[in-house]
Design a protein. Structure first.
Length: 247
């Protein structure tokens, strides 16, 4: 199980679920951010944003949070200028970590992120120190139980739309695309009526660092602390956990 995953299985090891309020709000906010960044901040002309806002409201995400997230994505918050940066560093055991950051104060955010790394046995590095260990891909996940097609049929349809590969990960199909093909493939799969669990541009590690036992908990503590920071949009890492340690 590679560290680029959403931590679903290994979170269970620590007794945590996405239904936990803080983690759920974070995920909903990131969905809104991605939708607004790609299609604009008006839900009436951006159906993806409208759907993300509806999901957020159904789960009681405060409207102030929603509006602030849209403002971050579109750069429309008065008196505040947000910039997107990538931070890189190392976690315990030499695990490579990359962060997508949106901040209105790079110095403040850098100091806070460095503090999180240092307190948990890691270190914030220079730009480029670990990015070469990752590749950019599009990743679309579809629950097997809700997919009307067999794996072979789904692969055929995905490749016809421009995808590179289809993988199976537990209860999910993963459609892999090149970054430039991501939007076209996602839209084609949606047009087929497929229930997409998630669809995003992400970083996938080229190689992974195997972890076991206490090292898993130490790295997860770092990852979870980073994900909880308001300016962090996504966390990527190159560790791998055995199935025995993931349950």
């Amino acid at each position: 199980m590679a560290g680029h995953s959403k931590w679903h299985n290994i979170q269970r090891r620590k007794g945590k679920q996405d239904a936990l309020r803080g983690q759920l709000f974070t995920k909903l906010s990131r969905d809104i951010y991605r939708a607004a960044k790609e299609g604009g901040g008006n839900p009436e002309t951006n159906p993806r944003l409208k759907a993300a806002i509806e999901r957020a409201r159904e789960n009681n995400l405060p409207m102030d949070n929603i509006q602030r997230t849209i403002a971050k994505a579109t750069g429309t918050l008065q008196g505040v200028t947000y910039e997107e940066v990538v931070y890189e560093g190392y976690g315990p055991g030499g695990v490579a970590v990359m962060l997508d950051i949106v901040t209105d104060n790079r110095n403040r955010t850098a100091a806070e992120i460095r503090h999180i790394f240092n307190r948990r046995g890691g270190s914030l590095g220079e730009s480029g120190c670990v990015s070469w260990m990752f590749q950019r891909i599009g990743l679309i996940t579809i629950p097997k139980a809700k997919c009307p097609f067999s794996a072979d049929e789904l692969l055929e349809k995905a490749v016809e739309a421009g995808a590179d590969d289809l993988r199976e990960d537990g209860e999910m199909y993963e459609v892999v695309t090149a970054p430039e093909s991501f939007t076209a493939v996602r839209d084609a799969l949606e047009a087929l009526g497929l229930p997409l669990e998630d669809a995003e541009l992400t970083y996938e590690p080229k190689t992974t660092v195997p972890l076991a036992g206490e090292a898993v908990d130490r790295v997860l503590d770092l990852i979870e602390a980073l994900e909880a920071h308001d300016d962090v949009q996504n966390v990527y890492a190159n560790f791998e956990v055995s199935e025995a340690d993931a349950v």
